[in-house]
Design a protein around this ligand. Sequence first.
Ligand code: PLP
Length: 489
Amino acid sequence: MHSHDKLGDMQSDEFRKYGYEIVDWIANYFENIEKFPVLSQIEPGSLKDAIPNSAPETGENFGAVLADMDKLILPAVTHWNHPNFHGLFSTSTSSVGVFGEMFAAAFDMKAMLWRTSPASTELEDVTLDWLRQMLGLPGNFEGIIYDTASVSTMHAIAAAREQANLKVRDDGMSGRDDLPLLRVYASDHVHSSIDKACIALGLGTRSLRKIECNERFEMIPAKLAEAIEEDTEAGFVPLCVIPTIGTTSTSSVDPVDAIADICEKYGIWLHVDTAYAGPAAIMSEKREFFRGWERADSIVVNPHKWLFTPFDLSVLYCRDLGVLKNAFSLVPEYLKTSEQAAVKNGMDYGIQLGRRFRALKLWFVIRYFGREGLEARLREHCRLANLFASWVEESDEFELMAPVPFALVCFRICPYRVTDLDALNEQIMNAINTSGEAYLSHTKLNGTFTLRLSVGSIRVEERHLKKVWDLLLEQMRKVQSNQGTSKQD
Ligand code: PLP
């Protein structure tokens, strides 16, 4: 069974034996996921301390490696698949998504050229077109897969820069007297990936102008128009506007249609960040939140967030992928092929040469659940989030801090006579998180400490929301009895 004495790979009988064991292991893991603490309970550095600090000189028995999965790795895992993972955005993989990763690893293709990976290249086109139709986007949008929304958005801004014809591809940005300050506009609730994209592209964070939001945390279009006018007068070049449908802190929705009017008027690239909420467009009743996104130049949607596809898979839809190609295509002699004029080569659309076969797992997910199955799951998540929000609203000891357009609830605990509510909420959140029973995260809204509960796991049921509610009540009573501040006092 042991292949260490020979050269070459593990023998196929050994692969089969451990492969079956691993599938059993993963099936048990999914079955028992609720028995694990949501957040890993280890101390920082303890995994490192438990592992030898140099590689084994001779190969080990793979059974011993697998045993360490239980002993060493599992305790150090924060279980994103746990149905009570409600922090950040709750994201999880489906089982078929795992199958997609198994095949992709087995093929180990690097989708740079059509020739090196026809399956990945063509399946990516087909799958992204299926997804486009499910989202209700018009047929002139064409997609490309990157790892993360951060990278998708960086490419979108690079495309905007290419479109603006500033000769940055050849002349760069440094040492130029002829290049004024370029501006990227987004709301003050925009995700930090936009700041980072500005850093990476050499625009600098001073290029990013953050526009004020209204009391619902939505960008105010009139403020955007004012900023563009002011910048244009100052001689700056407005490059790109990035509204978000489903912001990170509250899942608020910027008014994309009104923003598209402004972009059209001034001829500015419109990139819409729907990294989190994009899949919600599958639900007909949520389409109103997406009004105007069909007018965008580019849109980012992450199936790895709310479409049961294992990390990573982010999609950038562009109205004209050719702009991206103009920005990045560069074909050295050793990558020239006889069919290059007739095919799409993935390497032409970004900074990566090799690209993973990511489309496969999304194709599996869409085929296994179908559009209807996906819609039903997303709809249930929205129902559960709204149910939780209704408990918050009905209680005079809790308060809703933002509207709930999708499946994220922003709230806080505000019992009678407690003066430092920020400290109380933080204390209760930390107590729940340390217990391992559930994971909540927080944000600050207008300076106020706010709890965030995201519903997005493929395994989540009503009982999981009830559990969080009970935990919150239990912690609140505990704090109150310690402080003698309950209402009955
Ligand atoms: N945009 C929004 C609105 C997000 O909420 C996030 C992450 O939560 C991102 C972008 C970044 O996503 P990624 O981790 O895929 O880069």
